[in-house]
Design a protein around this ligand. Sequence first.
Ligand SMILES: C[C@](O)(C(=O)O)[C@H](CC(=O)O)C(=O)O
Ligand SMILES: [Mg+2]
Length: 285
Amino acid sequence: MSQVLREADFLMVPGVFNPFTAILAKKVGFKAVYLSGAALTSSYGLPDIGLITLDEVAEMIRRIKEVVDIPIIVDSDTGFGEAMNVYRTVRVLEKAGADAIQIEDQRMPKKCGHLEGKEVVEPLEMVQKIKAALKARRDALIIARVDSRGVIGLDDAIERAKIYLEAGADIIFPEALTSKEEFTKFAKEVKAPLLANMTEFGKTPYIKAQEFKEMGYKYVIFPVTIFRVAAKAMKDALEVLLREGTQINLLDKMINRQQQYEIIDYFFYERLDKELGSIKLVRKL
Ligand SMILES: C[C@](O)(C(=O)O)[C@H](CC(=O)O)C(=O)O
Ligand SMILES: [Mg+2]
């Protein structure tokens, strides 16, 4: 399925954090999804500082791929360890169903790339991780995320991107650029398939997908958008429920039972149950 990612002209990729959200993204018409570390950890009630484990991410990929056949770009933070660990990370995540794996050049404890106080490793350390990832992968694309814009500066980020590209990374992800001009300059200097991160409340101003496309970006992710929208909707609903003692005023904000069941393919199981129930033994005991 990495072929879809490879051959696409331009892809808008929403962040998801469980199978249900991945199914929704596909049903709405998105061609790929991004398993966001930030959204996944938030959904576990944890901050995005590298607390999540390889197995937890692999398990979520497996669950998503069990119910939806859509290419999945996976956020592996810093690859769960050193270069040697990255080798195993890529093998495990690809086996679980990852079509592209993102590794970032932060030092642990990592942070959201749009926060202050993060640190980056030496470029050599990241190159070793990229080489390990390439050795381990069968078909999955390897995305090198450059975090140094917010730590050292744009020129350093551009230089690192070139180094990571030479090391063999398939896609470059410049994190937390601060203006359209920076995205334009980056794309001019780094001749690679590029991924832009259009997250909210961060360092990057709001830029439309079409504008990223025109600047030469191949992918744009909206990693935490639906998580944040859903979180607000859930909080508001809980408040209404507590205050009013009834959900009557929430009904028009809900998907109904029929819609919910369609999303999770309930009716298929209903048919299957009937079919299995109608089987008769040809030869009696
Ligand atoms: C893309 C990202 O790595 C993620 O985990 O989704 C985050 C997004 C965010 O925190 O808004 C990031 O570090 O940019
Ligand atoms: Mg992340």
